[in-house]
Design a binder for this molecule. Structure first.
Ligand code: ADP
Ligand code: MG
Length: 246
């Protein structure tokens, strides 16, 4: 069994190329990154710097051309598709900019879906009650996505990401489709979840205010890590400004 001092994710020399006809795009050029249990990590960088590619590789949604990802100390490089899928379904949670809820399912059904797919329908009922209370969606569980506000949709999507009690939630611009106020409510929920319930979150964002909710920010530029800062450092804003020019 992995112990808590094993990082939940460890990426080593991650390299990813996309081929478009004759053109090869080097999206990641050897990224090393460790995500510790209980940490809230933000990944910042300009558009095209490789943030989504990195999140996809960390989430075992795509395979690197070189380098590898360990989940809770377990190397994934040699795993077949079934093993990767099982690991993804049980250990990883995903949150997307566009929520990605299934329109004709209720909030409850959307949240429970990953539990059913993983064959964990039973314990998920208790977990659902707990998450619905934590995320203030108890009275919205019977609603379909179109009957919910953007912030409520993202809270439902967050409950879905957490229903299997994953090691880490991977979030790609989770506030990108929300207004500032609603976005900051979602960020506060993530922050509170990390502080209170020991969630682990990796969040891609280009918004410095969103990134400042994290504990630590790593910066990507042209497929490489260009720097890093803790958010509690007094010069964190200066470092963000210097490294992403905002
Ligand atoms: P970011 O999320 O930081 O905007 P991405 O990871 O989406 O960056 O993209 C990194 C680079 O890889 C960009 O140059 C992008 O155009 C390219 N890229 C991303 N996905 C694909 C793909 N499926 N096919 C070809 N090129 C891609
Ligand atoms: Mg992206």
């Amino acid at each position: 069994m992995p112990t808590s001092d094993v990082p939940v994710l460890r990426a080593t020399a991650l390299t990813k190329r996309y081929r478009l006809g004759d053109l090869t795009i080097e999206a990641l050029k050897g990224v090393d990154l460790t995500v510790e249990a209980g940490e809230f990590l933000a990944v910042m960088g300009p558009s095209g710097s490789g943030k989504s590619t990195l999140l996809h590789l960390l989430g075992l949604l795509d395979l690197p051309d070189a380098g590898g990802v360990e989940v809770a100390g377990e190397a994934t490089a040699e795993m077949d598709d079934d093993a990767l899928t099982a690991l993804r379904r049980t250990k990883l949670g995903f949150l997307f900019q566009s929520f990605e809820l299934i329109p004709n399912l209720t909030a409850r059904e959307n949240i429970l879906l990953p539990a059913e797919i993983a064959g964990r329908g039973g314990p998920a009922a208790d977990r659902l009650r707990e998450l619905a209370a934590q995320l203030a969606i108890v009275d919205r569980l019977g609603h379909r996505p179109r009957q919910l506000s953007g912030g409520q949709r993202q809270r439902v999507a967050l409950a879905r990401a957490l229903i299997n009690d994953p090691l880490v939630v991977l979030a790609d611009e989770p506030t990108g489709n929300l207004d500032t106020h609603t976005g900051s409510e979602v960020l506060d929920l993530l922050r509170n979840g990390v502080d209170t319930f020991w969630w682990t979150v990796v969040m891609v964002t280009h918004d410095p205010n969103a990134a400042m909710h994290a504990d630590r920010i790593v910066f990507l530029r042209d497929g490489q890590i260009s720097g890093e800062t803790g958010t509690r450092m007094s010069n964190a804003r200066d470092i963000i400004e210097r490294l992403v020019g905002v």
